[in-house]
Design a protein around this ligand. Structure first.
Ligand code: GAL
Length: 665
């Protein structure tokens, strides 16, 4: 199967007599798939229990007649007015106790049993009708799960879930240290829903309660999704897949858990700042590929512009093409635009689309047509072709939540920290998998991790990796807490002390950068000179046999001359580089680059990102130029499937792309 090109199509917005004109243009632009139905509940079940799926079946048939496959979205992100009016208990309640108001979307209470029953029924009706339809290739459940409800129902469900988790109140009270501020619970029904300072009276709730609530929200969404997945699977052909369109690094729930019930993950990539930045934007692809450790769909992206940023800047001419190829290079099996055509009314009138309200192509249409042509040129080359990486960067929602609850330094944004570890790899065109801290690390030469919450399983997996000769870069705030968000009694990194050959004597939030002196010249003098630590610094105490590679310079007296960077080499040949500080970008980049070399990790092509972005999928090398274009002399002779030429060098215009396979002659 070649890479799909698609768009979100809303036939319910238009008279049926006009569907064919849309479909003809879709064919002309080169679309191979449309996604439809995901907000159409009011048209699919106009009254409680009265279903009207015929129009959707006609839309699918007409799309098929124009050569387009269909992905059906279940419409549960947008319950109809009759439902929310008759059963207001299905509405989400905000932290101040106010129920949502009809007229927007995602305003349901994910824990409402009544809502789940309605969702199951509409999903089942759709599955009964379309589960065997040859033109429906897959399903999307709901749309961008995101709402949390603080209803009474959510509260009892949370209490019941905690009871299952802990078994007894004694166990919960001990794990949460509820003796603190007299929080001790003597009945499950006393446990509140957590509020932050903004919604509480003046103080946020306890970190344990807040972490468990996020885990519960994850379970609630898992149940919500499974409720629909089950009825669809019961009626669907085995080759119809099920996915959900996630939102990149959004952290409202644990995506790894939700993905367990899906065939593959999808995501919606938008650019609030308008511009493509390889170093920042490719990370979302690497994250989504890591959810199921396989290729994914870009279910939505903008055809040039969005309508919800402060300034809805249009992508430059050519940039939309490069955005799509970046997604494909990182493992997307489909690129779908939101949306095909603007609805005449509704909240998104200004959003980018391929076709304007007059039914005629917008300027971006030609660029997307060029994308369609390029996909046809590449044909089956990328079919099933995996992205392979030698580096794993570990990521955990629980860590992000726990850090966000207590940043200790307002600028300690856990996502920014993760990006500071990702950027040095991106800058070198080194492929990286962003994976769960619970993923198998087998086969990776280098692992980069900063597991804030740590348990035996995570510690074991990192030990095994180093014992098999792998390299590990350990970031700041590692090994601080348990999975109840309680402090470990050991100093950081707790269960990793022996592995890292170091412990943290004290940690410091930094109000200004402090100097860091690299104490040793290591391996080809990659590390020499000095830099700074910003935001965060840990005073490292090396165990015997651990090398100190850098010290802090004069700063607050406590940190002066203390170890800032250590290396522990194990008899297996495996090693751990412990970063004591959040270093400035130049130093952080030099260190990660040094670690990659030490681990024998190769870049996809030996050119830096400042020249062009390069990724490998299967046998193909995808080279993408930024806004200044790129001149590259290739390390080998190649065939470019887009220019259909044999090449030894490339001269790419702004946002130009080449898809190369090396030639043996
Ligand atoms: C997405 C959403 C789409 C559309 C789009 C606009 O978050 O899934 O339905 O609203 O944003 O950018």
């Amino acid at each position: 199967m070649p890479i799909h090109l698609g768009a979100a199509w809303y036939p319910e917005h238009w008279p049926e007599s006009r569907w064919a004109e849309d479909l003809q243009l879709m064919r002309e632009v080169g679309l191979t798939v449309v996604r439809l139905g995901e907000f159409a509940w009011a048209d699919l079940e106009p009254e409680e229990g009265r279903f009207n799926l015929d129009w959707l079946e006609r839309a699918v048939a007409l799309a098929a007649a124009h050569g387009l496959a269909c992905v059906l979205g279940t419409p549960t992100a947008a319950p109809p007015a009759w439902l929310t009016q008759r059963y207001p208990d299905v509405l989400a309640v905000n932290p101040d106790g106010r129920p949502a108001v009809h007229g927007t979307r995602c305003h349901y209470d994910v824990t409402s049993e009544r809502y789940l029953a309605f969702c199951r029924r509409i999903a089942e009706k759709l599955a009964e009708r379309f589960g065997q339809n040859p033109h429906v290739i897959g399903w999307q459940i709901d749309n961008e799960y995101n709402t949390v409800s603080y209803s009474e129902g959510a509260r009892s469900a949370f209490q019941a879930w905690l009871r299952e988790q802990y078994g007894s109140l004694d166990a919960l009270n001990a794990a949460w240290t509820t003796a603190y501020w007299s929080q001790r619970y003597t009945d499950w029904s006393q446990i509140p829903l957590p509020l932050t300072g903004a919604h509480g009276f003046n103080q946020p709730h306890s970190p344990a309660l807040r972490l468990k609530w996020r885990q519960f929200v994850t379970e609630a969404y898992r149940r919500y999704q499974r409720n629909q997945v089950e009825v669809i699977r019961a009626h669907a052909r085995p080759d119809q897949w099920i996915t959900h369109n996630f939102m990149g690094f959004f952290d409202g729930y644990d995506h790894y858990t939700l993905c367990e019930d899906l065939d593959f993950a999808s995501w919606d990539q938008y650019f609030p700042e308008g511009a493509l930045d390889f170093e920042r934007d490719a990370a979302g692809h690497d994250l989504t590929r890591g959810f199921k450790r396989r290729s994914f769909w870009l279910m939505e992206t903008q055809p040039g512009t969005i309508n919800w940023a402060a300034v809805n800047r249009a992508q430059e001419r050519g940039e939309t093409f490069a955005v799509a190829w970046t997604a494909i290079a990182h493992g997307a099996d489909a690129v779908c635009y939101w949306q095909w055509r603007n609805a005449l009314n509704g909240q998104e009138q200004y959003h980018g689309s391929l076709v304007a309200p007059d039914g005629k192509p917008r300027p971006i249409f030609a660029e997307i047509k060029r994308l369609g042509e390029s996909l046809r040129q590449v044909g089956n080359l990328l079919d099933g072709a995996p992205v392979r990486a030698e580096v794993a960067l570990l990521h955990s929602y629980e860590d992000r939540w726990a850090l966000d609850f207590q940043r200790h330094h307002a600028q300690f944004d856990p996502l920014a920290y993760l990006r500071s570890l990702y950027a040095p790899l991106a800058q070198r065109n080194i492929a990286v998998d962003i994976l769960s801290t619970r993923a198998s690390l087998q086969g990776y030469r280098l692992v980069i991790a900063a597991p804030h919450l740590i348990d035996e399983a995570i510690a074991q997996s990192l030990h095994d990796h180093v014992a098999s000769g792998g390299g590990l870069v350990l970031g700041v705030r590692s090994g601080m807490k348990t999975r109840d968000n309680a402090l470990w009694t050991q100093r950081q990194p707790a269960l990793l002390q022996d592995l890292a050959g170091v412990h943290v004597e004290e940690y410091f939030a930094l109000d200004k950068p402090i100097p860091v002196h690299l104490a040793e010249i290591v391996s080809g003098s990659l590390l020499h000179g000095m830099g700074t630590a910003t935001i965060w610094a840990e005073w490292l105490i090396p165990a015997q046999g651990t090398q100190v590679l850098a010290h802090y310079g004069a700063s607050n007296g406590w940190l002066d001359n203390q170890a800032a960077l250590t290396l522990r080499v194990h008899p297996s040949g495996g090693w751990v580089l412990t970063l004591g500080g959040w270093f400035d970008p130049t130093l952080q980049s030099a260190l990660i680059g040094w670690a990659a070399e030490r681990a024998n990790v190769s870049p996809v092509m030996p050119i830096p990102l400042s020249v062009a972005h390069v990724m490998q999928r299967g046998d193909a090398y995808i080279v993408i130029a930024g806004r200044s274009g790129a001149r590259i002399s290739l390390p080998w002779r190649a065939y470019d499937h887009l220019s259909r030429a044999h090449v030894a060098s490339l001269e790419l215009p702004a946002w130009g792309v080449a898809v190369l396979t090396p030639r043996s002659d």
